[in-house]
Design a binder for this molecule. Structure first.
Ligand SMILES: *Cc1c(COP(=O)(O)O)cnc(C)c1O
Length: 368
């Protein structure tokens, strides 16, 4: 781990291996593991992450959109890829690149059957999404007959799995609701099997589902945030290692007197003689303006320095009045010790948001 001399996102692939093995240890040996690598693998680098996971014998990948799947195929990724939220305008590309769509509505099913029949496809793999309470995407239980009759009308597609998504698997207060979702999913699966005479794979759990609902792993689990080192709870965070460290450097230090202001719109006013450091990372790099005005902090030489004033596009200013530091010193925004989840909590958001926000402008560096 070298000292940052510019803004970098350092990605520790051995931490990824650790997280994968930890999550895998929660599964029955026959349960398949799907790695969710959407949104640049949660703000890291989807190609590097997918290549590493292929070496660890991952069973499946998922992305949100077709474009993300194409990037993986371009990089030579051969593992099956589920596209969670494809739009029908991209179905031709999806098929060309051997990506597997989530089919979540009658409209999307009709569109997909139309294109696969036009192309004379046989048994093209699809995944049917059911809504069990998240009310985001998915067929309803009462649409099973319609779905099955559409499926029976064509030989061009084949259902590889049925799946659903939990709304609050990380929240112990929602145990009853989650159990209802699990029961609903089982009912749907049974009915689908009865009506269709097929027995596709079933999958329901995201990371917190893997940890909190071992009885609901079915044939496969889908993990995103856990692979990247967050367990959505203090206890589980202890078992997982954040793979990404966002670091920068002090560009310049200013000493300002009482009453002077810092940054755009003069949003911060000094209350005495103070020292500020300017850091080359801004909202265009993923430090949302919500982190400004004391809501977020960075760490310099082991001390917390609050972000003062408004976050600029390319820079932040932080208060270093009580910190022993010089220009060129390293600045930590988050790493395995100062977790992104702490920073996001201080700004009333979640780890998912801060890590996925790290923009493509930030240089990625990989540790083996
Ligand atoms: C993003 C996503 C996941 C991954 O969830 P984590 O909480 O990050 O493990 C799983 N399934 C679906 C449908 C998703 O959209």
């Amino acid at each position: 781990m070298s000292k940052a001399q510019e803004t970098i996102l350092e990605i520790d692939l051995s931490a990824l291996t650790h997280n994968f093995n930890y999550l895998k240890s929660k599964l029955q040996p026959q349960t398949k593991f799907l790695a969710v690598v959407k949104a640049f693998a949660y703000g890291s680098d989807s190609v590097a992450i997918a290549k590493h996971l292929e070496k660890l014998d991952i069973d499946y990948f998922a992305v949100a959109y077709v474009k993300e799947g194409v990037a993986l195929r371009d990089a030579g990724i051969k593992t099956p890829i589920l596209v969670l939220h494809p739009q029908s305008i991209n179905f031709k590309t999806l098929i060309e690149r051997c990506l597997e769509p989530s089919i979540y509505s009658a409209h999307v099913l009709d569109e997909f059957i139309k294109i696969t029949e036009t192309q004379a496809q046989k048994n093209y793999p699809i995944h049917i999404k059911f809504n069990t309470g998240l009310n985001r995407l998915g067929f309803e239980e009462n649409e099973i007959d319609t779905v099955v009759s559409k499926l029976k009308s064509t030989a061009s597609i084949k259902v590889k799995s049925l799946f659903s998504h939990l709304a609050a698997s990380e929240d112990a207060k929602e145990l009853d609701f989650t159990n209802l979702q699990i029961e609903k999913f089982k009912t749907i699966a049974k009915k689908f099997e009865d009506v269709s005479g097929q027995k596709p794979w079933l999958h329901l759990c995201n990371t917190s589902g893997i940890i909190n609902y071992p009885e609901a792993h079915f044939n496969m689990v889908r993990s995103g945030i856990g692979l990247y080192g967050f367990g959505n709870s203090v206890e589980e965070d202890k078992n997982l290692k954040p793979i990404a460290s966002l670091k920068s450097v002090i560009s310049q230090i200013h000493t300002i007197e009482k009453g002077e202001t810092v940054g755009y719109n003069r949003a911060y006013t000094s209350i005495g003689t103070e020292r500020t450091a300017t850091v080359p990372i801004g909202h265009a790099d993923g430090i949302n303006r919500i982190y400004g005005n004391g809501n977020g902090f960075v760490v310099i030489n082991g001390e917390k320095a609050p972000i003062i004033g408004n976050v600029c596009m390319d820079m932040i200013m932080v208060n270093i009045t009580n910190i022993d530091c010089v220009e060129g010193d390293e600045v930590i925004i988050f790493n395995s010790e100062y977790r992104a989840s702490n920073l996001s909590e201080s700004a009333k958001t979640i780890s998912y948001e801060i890590i996925t926000a790290v923009s493509q402008r930030v240089k990625r560096i990989f540790l083996p």
